[in-house]
Design a protein around this ligand. Structure first.
Ligand SMILES: [Zn+2]
Length: 305
């Protein structure tokens, strides 16, 4: 049997700042709430057995104290070419805040510089807003995968809004069959279970996953939907019901990608998730082939790393 436990992982979703000396903390006076530097990130990667990660810019203003630009991500990736790749990020309102803006021109520019995809999209807008759809068309035209952060409310927060049952996401999957959409965040992962309650759809529901969940339905129906397993939300979805996870990984082994969504040095979920995946491997509940796909090979194939 192939020994994959020591296989180095690829993280498709991570954040860092190129300017750790200047970047503001999220909580006043608490250095633990400053986004990690590339150097701190690489230290964490060594502890987690991660060879390479994909830096995601945070270009919309809603999710953090200061934006992280595409240029900063390229700068860090150039500094550590053996460890870091990067996505570009283009706010749907960029250029002129209209649905007709030529965003493909901007994405092409970054793609030529080495960007591997677009996102994560954190703009606080409706998922089917014409400007968001314009961004999706541009990503599709440029053959660039896109990571979406979905949200359940418009009153505060960040990310693309969708209703219960993810109808707006389904519209995008239908309308853009050649666009690889990577689902992420609490709203996406809470919809894994068929018994999801309205009041839990923006959180990390626990307990057994029942059949009929929207994420499973959409994955079966749309081959252009992929799963970003990063963050507490991805880890919660995979760890809440190992019996379900075993079947889920077997069925969708070609469309799941490991990620951390590390932002701070104090993030603990990547360590817990690593331990969970390794224990599933030890118990024979994930095959070595599927483990390899999930922590590494799918990212290389889908993101063309
Ligand atoms: Zn993120």
């Amino acid at each position: 049997m192939e020994d994959v436990k020591n296989l180095k992982k690829i993280d498709i979703h991570v954040h860092a700042t190129a300017f750790p000396d200047y970047f503001p903390t999220s909580k006043p006076g608490d250095p633990n709430t400053r986004i990690v530097s590339a150097e701190q990130l690489i230290q964490m990667y060594d502890a987690l057995g991660i060879e390479q990660g994909v830096l995601l810019p945070l270009s919309s203003p809603e999710a953090q104290v200061s934006p992280v630009t595409s240029e900063a991500c390229k700068y860090m990736a150039d500094k550590y070419p053996d460890r870091l790749f990067w996505f570009c990020n283009v706010d749907p309102r960029a250029v002129a805040d209209m649905a007709e803006s030529n965003l493909a021109r901007v994405i092409e520019h970054y793609k030529a510089l080495g960007a591997k995809g677009v996102g994560e999209v954190i703009a606080h807008m409706y998922l089917d807003d014409p400007k968001v759809d314009n961004l999706f068309s541009a990503c599709e035209k440029c053959d660039m995968p896109v990571i979406l952060h979905l949200t359940h409310r418009m009153t505060r927060g960040y990310g693309l809004y969708d209703d219960f049952g993810l109808p707006r996401l389904e519209k995008a999957l239908q309308k853009h069959p050649d666009l690889k959409i990577l689902g992420h965040s609490q709203l996406f992962w809470a919809a894994l279970s068929g018994d999801l309650k309205e009041e839990e759809r923006g959180g990390n529901p626990k307990g057994p996953v029942t059949e009929g969940g929207r994420v499973v339905e959409l994955l079966r129906k749309y081959p252009n939907l992929y799963c970003d397993l990063s963050a507490g939300s991805g880890a919660n979805a995979m760890t809440r019901d190992p019996d379900f996870t075993e079947r889920f990984i077997e069925e969708f082994s070609d469309r799941l990608m490991y990620g951390t969504d590390i932002v701070y040095t104090t993030n603990e979920h990547p360590f817990l998730f690593r331990d969970f995946l390794e224990s599933m491997l030890d118990q024979g509940r994930i095959s070595p082939e599927n483990y390899r796909k999930l922590v590494r090979d799918n990212a290389i194939r889908i993101l063309k790393l």
